[in-house]
Design a binder for this molecule. Structure first.
Ligand SMILES: [Zn+2]
Length: 296
């Protein structure tokens, strides 16, 4: 008892002593811009652009699917308190509009990152192509400048640095995919997050198991996919940790191919190797290269 009390007193003394020297921000520092993204995949991009002028969090937690996310009462509170919201659009966040209405925050500055980009059949997963991610970064930059014009130079410099990283990332992915034998550059995926990535890097999307969120494919559709897998010599069927493995495994077994169930796209992972946008795409690329017989 005595020891605990002494420790508490000592801690209070230390805190009291050190507090004023480091905990209190300089009077000139405005509070950070409160930025919300819908998915965890966008957090690192927004953080890179905003630097120490932003505090970025995502509504959908790590490991959850944005397509069938159920917003919570705290999400409404977070939208109410936020300054800026980055959403993807194209139907990825069908639950969002009503949640924004409920949040009653007329000052919330909303940017729809996919707006104006060339999509295919309203597939929302544009960010999986680093070239489109560069546009997302530019839109984040312009949004933050509009929110906080005084820090324009900082946002421009940060966005340029992030853009350079994305250019390098795209080049690196291209050279890794180039090691996969051309006939093996084909994927069957659980949900079609890979359309733009595959188009950018020359991989054929042979089939998609789940055509729309939560919709179970019928047996005829699955048997057609199995035939497609065989006809195209597809080596693997790919999925994400947030989806149930049953359908993927059943299809792979019937087609005699392997399953890969740790691709990340709509969410970064609890895996420490996949902690931001760039590490996610590098991890995914290595996973794909390995599964499709590319160079180690
Ligand atoms: Zn998705």
């Amino acid at each position: 008892m005595g020891i605990i009390r002494k420790c508490a007193v000592a801690t209070a003394l230390v805190a009291g002593f050190l507090g004023p020297s480091f905990a209190v921000p300089a009077a000139a520092d405005p509070p950070p811009i409160n930025v919300l993204t819908t998915i965890t995949t966008f957090v690192s991009l927004a953080q890179a652009v905003g630097g120490n002028r932003v505090r970025v969090t995502s509504l959908v937690p790590v490991g959850a699917s944005p397509e069938d996310y159920q917003p919570t009462p705290p999400d409404i509170g977070r939208l109410h308190a936020a300054d800026v919201l980055f959403e993807n659009g194209l139907g990825l966040e069908a639950w969002l509009a009503r949640t924004i209405d409920n949040a009653k925050n007329p000052k919330l500055r909303i940017t729809v990152l996919s707006d104006g980009l060339p999509h295919i059949d309203s597939n929302p997963h544009l960010w999986m192509d680093p070239e489109f991610a560069r546009t997302y970064v530019r839109k984040m930059r312009d949004t933050l400048i509009a929110q906080d014009p005084a820090d324009r130079v900082l946002f421009e410099r940060n966005a340029a640095a992030e853009d350079a990283k994305l250019v390098t990332l795209e080049r690196d992915i291209r050279s890794r995919i180039a090691t996969i034998p051309v006939p093996s550059r084909a994927m069957i995926v659980f949900h079609n997050a890979w359309l733009y990535y595959n188009n950018r890097f020359g991989i054929k999307t042979v089939g998609v198991i789940e055509l729309s969120p939560g919709q179970e494919p019928n047996p005829k559709y699955i048997s057609d996919l199995i035939n497609l897998a065989r006809a195209n010599h597809v080596k693997a069927v790919f999925s994400e940790p947030e989806y149930s493995p049953k359908l993927v495994q059943a299809l792979a077994e019937s087609a005699g191919i392997k399953t890969v169930q740790d691709l990340y796209d709509d969410s970064i992972g609890s895996n420490p190797l996949v902690h931001d946008y760039e590490s996610m795409l590098r991890y995914d690329t290595e996973t794909i290269v390995k599964a499709l017989g590319g160079a180690a």
